[in-house]
Write a protein that binds this ligand. Structure first.
Ligand code: GDP
Ligand code: IMO
Ligand code: MG
Length: 432
């Protein structure tokens, strides 16, 4: 028995949704532990596509328990909308199979608006982050500022008004300062009370549920959102999201001890992408970038933005292996590289005349590093849809082996198309 954490090892969109869906067959419980509906996780099952933002990717399988942990920031209206979309696709979700932690902080319309005001103002000064404008950052600020409204507050209509007042004292001061209209107490109360009945049936004491399930010997799969380079501490600050995305957060963001985690699986794209602003040493803006973007269909699930594309950066992934304690990786989208004559891989950086093997922490240095590349021969045969190792062209196998060596972690799973079953299992993370 083992519990597995899945994390993105790059800048998000590595294919976490597909792999979590695939792995969830082997799990009993799937838990989201950070982020919110800024995530966009795509699952393709028998030709049918599901796009999930807030719900754990286990919801499409029957008989699994899905959990939204306390580390998530939870937009109740986005939640209701996502439930509706999934129901329309034939997925049945009830309070028996989905639980939301009672101590989860809420995202309100004022968070979304503040996210937008700041991004708009920053656009004029050239300092925008390129957020998803979902209110993620402002909601985490209120949580840490100890003035957030939490899921459990929806059940206590006596104390809710005073909590809303406290929140509005802060937000209206900010809004006035930024030149925007104030929000009324009545508007926020209406926003919350109108949705409470649809949320409260799912509320639970999640730490207890997880403790009971663990004691009963069930397997838990923790589903990370975003990626290591978007982590608030370990990422390309300030061009990051506002949560810890690394594996350590799985424990704090759901209410289990660190000892509950047996295996960390890093989801790793066979090249690199990033959405939004910030440094990207191996970015390719020309022909190669277009090839990867077109072949890889690199458009954001949440915002529809075009993703920036570039070569595989082994420096970043090796660093992600260290900060997450990654035991093995799921290498995704290898098929996107099919047909290239040559493939480059970044093995180090040059910074101010020196060679380094890590991403420096400072914003200035991150913008200045220049990639050092190795060039590998590509392959002309297809890997798309391969379901066993022997179906892979020899050069593709060489590429995979070389990546393992450079990042210091083995490939546990290899994904060769968006479809659930186009996946090669090397090591089962639950059996490790
Ligand atoms: P996530 O945010 O990490 O869950 O990833 P996204 O769903 O945002 O982006 C990954 C995209 O790649 C989705 O459209 C997936 O359907 C797709 N995908 C996942 N694995 C593979 C793969 O091995 N090959 C190809 N071609 N597409 C894949
Ligand atoms: P998944 O889970 C890729 C990026 C945004 C922006 C920065 C901050 O699908 O991999 P935020 O709205 O979080 O304050 O935006 O983080 N970002 C993502 N990029 N995949 C994601 O999620 C992302 N979630 C946030 O583009 O650069
Ligand atoms: Mg995504």
């Amino acid at each position: 028995m083992a519990n597995v954490v899945v994390v993105g090892s790059q800048w998000g969109d590595e294919g976490k949704g597909k792999i979590v869906d695939w792995l969830s067959e082997r799990a009993d419980v799937v838990v989201r532990f950070q982020g919110g509906h800024n995530a966009g996780h795509t699952l393709v099952v028998d030709g049918k596509t599901y796009k999930l933002s807030l719900l754990p990717s286990g919801v499409v399988r029957e008989g699994k328990l899905s959990i939204i942990g306390n580390g998530v920031v939870f937009d109740p209206h986005a939640f209701v909308a996502e439930l509706g979309k999934l129901k329309a696709l034939g997925v049945s979700i009830t309070p028996d199979c989905l639980k939301i932690a009672e101590n989860t902080a809420l995202i309100l319309s004022l968070h979304r608006e503040l996210d937008g005001y700041r991004e708009d103002a920053a656009s004029n000064s050239g300092t925008k982050i390129g957020t998803t404008r979902r209110g993620i950052g402002p909601a985490y600020e209120d949580k840490v500022g100890r003035r957030a409204i939490r899921v459990m507050d929806l059940a206590d209509l006596e104390t809710l008004p005073s909590k809303v007042d406290r929140l509005l004292t802060h937000h209206n001061a900010l809004r006035r300062g930024l030149g925007h209209d104030e929000v009324t107490h009545e508007a926020i109360m209406q926003e919350l009370t109108s949705v409470a009945d649809q949320i409260l049936p799912y509320m639970d004491r999640v730490w207890r549920v997880l403790d009971d399930r663990r004691r009963a010997g069930e397997r838990i799969l923790f589903e990370g959102a975003q990626g290591t380079l978007l982590d608030i501490d370990h990422g390309t600050y300030p061009f990051v999201t506002s949560s810890n995305t690394v594996a350590g957060q799985a424990a704090a963001g759901s209410g289990v001890g660190p000892g509950a985690i047996d295996y960390v699986l890093g989801i790793t794209k066979a090249y690199t992408t990033r959405v939004g602003e910030g440094p990207f040493p191996t970015e390719q803006t020309g022909e190669v970038g277009d090839f990867l973007g077109t072949r890889g269909r690199e458009f954001g699930v949440v915002t529809g933005r075009k993703r920036r594309c570039g070569w595989f950066d082994a420096v970043l992934v090796r660093q992600a292996v260290a900060v997450n304690g990654i035991k093995g990786i799921a290498l995704t989208k290898l098929d996107v590289l099919d047909g290239l004559d040559e493939i480059k891989v970044c093995t180090g950086y040059r910074l101010d005349g020196e060679t380094i093997d890590y991403l420096p922490a400072s914003q200035g240095a991150q913008a200045r590093v220049e990639p050092i590349y190795e060039t590998l021969q590509g392959w002309q045969d297809t890997t798309a849809g391969a379901r066993s190792w022997n179906e892979l062209p020899a050069q593709a196998v060489k590429y995979v082996r070389h990546i393992e060596e450079l990042i210091g972690a083995p490939v546990a799973l290899l994904s060769t198309s968006p479809e659930r079953d186009d996946t090669i299992l090397v090591t089962d993370p639950f059996q490790d």
